[in-house]
Design a protein around this ligand. Structure first.
Ligand code: FES
Length: 119
């Protein structure tokens, strides 16, 4: 087995995340959001950078996930903040999320596991 393969962890099967769907998975206590955008899979942090909203309960529109708490928006393809929380009449900024490399191997969805996660 190559060391490269060792750095990817199976998190789900493709049937678990149909097009337009979201799935929250855990790798070593870290919550990751898997999103299927037009048949391509992406992985970003599941926890909103504003006040820890659960993004798996948000809405996915194209490649943009909207947090169910205060409406921050993130691009699931790279984790970048596409609009901060909407508080009162104003939209502020919040931090970008981490994004992770995803691979599909047969029916398996694999996410690259960084060594900083305690490997
Ligand atoms: S917790 Fe996500 S926008 Fe506030």
């Amino acid at each position: 087995m190559s060391s490269h393969k060792l750095s990817f962890t199976k998190v789900a099967e493709t049937a678990d995340v149909p097009a337009g769907a979201l799935l929250k998975v855990k790798i070593k206590e870290k919550e990751i959001l898997i999103a299927n955008v037009d048949g391509k899979y992406y992985a970003i942090d599941n926890t909103c950078s504003h006040k820890k909203g659960d993004l798996s309960k948000g809405t996915l529109d194209g490649k943009i996930i909207t947090c169910p708490q205060h409406g921050s928006r993130f691009d699931v393809t790279d984790g970048k903040n596409a609009g901060g929380p909407k508080m009162m009449m104003f939209r502020s900024k919040t931090d970008d999320l981490n994004s992770y490399e995803v691979r599909v191997d047969g029916n398996d969805i694999l996410v690259f596991q960084k060594s900083t996660w305690g490997m």
